[in-house]
Design a protein around this ligand. Structure first.
Ligand code: FE2
Ligand code: FE2
Length: 206
């Protein structure tokens, strides 16, 4: 148990403070940088900072899931999704750097909060753990769709990253669903939505 905690603590430190890496090519790697106005660049940067912060949370949620999952098959089935979240972290991090910005200073706070939520959901059992993952992925995919509406039209690089992430998140939701997620009660969905609005509003700016 102590070994597991040390490994997980190390993962947490790396999520928040180190650079992530990606096995798949970054979706924007062959896409040219557009000449954005300063306002467009700052808006794209704010959105990518939100996305990066969301991916920090995803790391924590999947970590919480892995810590608490009772069924080893469930844990294994979610490894691929968890790895793809690490890739999203790498993609958004690079995009933030390309746009000349920095990651949100709130990342450690959101990380700890998400880990606590992931562990709490896990304590209720695998079906609720999976329900929490599924609803998170559904909401993230929807919010990435919103970003595709509001990102500068010419910012094809950010768009390529967000579009691939949206497709991945939709698949992750399906995975959690197919593994036997419980139907999430509407008030919990609303609470999760409100929490994500808070994340968006805060990490867009800082
Ligand atoms: Fe993700
Ligand atoms: Fe995901």
């Amino acid at each position: 148990m102590l070994d597991t905690l040390i490994v997980e603590f190390d993962k947490g430190l790396r999520t928040v403070f180190a650079s992530a890496s990606s096995l798949r090519p970054h979706p924007d790697q062959d896409v040219a940088e557009a000449g954005l106005s300063d306002a467009e660049r700052r808006h794209a940067l704010g959105l990518m900072r939100v996305n990066h912060c969301g991916e920090v949370c995803a790391q924590a949620l999947y970590q919480g899931q892995a810590l608490t999952a009772r069924d080893p098959a469930t844990r294994d089935s979610l490894k691929q999704a968890a790895w793809e979240e690490t890739e999203h972290l790498a993609w958004t991090e690079r995009r933030i750097a390309d746009l000349g910005g920095r990651k949100s200073v709130l990342n450690p706070v959101w990380y700890v909060g998400s880990l606590a939520m992931g562990v709490a959901a896990g304590a209720l059992g695998d079906r609720w753990n999976l329900a929490f993952l599924e609803e998170t992925e559904i909401q993230v995919a929807a919010h990435l769709d919103e970003h595709l509406q509001t990102l500068p039209a010419d910012d094809a690089k950010s768009r390529a990253v967000v579009a691939q992430m949206r497709d991945d998140e939709a698949r992750h939701a399906e995975t959690a669903h197919n593994l036997g997620a419980a139907p999430m009660p509407a008030p919990v969905k609303t609470l999760m939505h409100l929490t994500s609005q808070l994340l968006k509003k805060s990490s867009y700016h800082i």
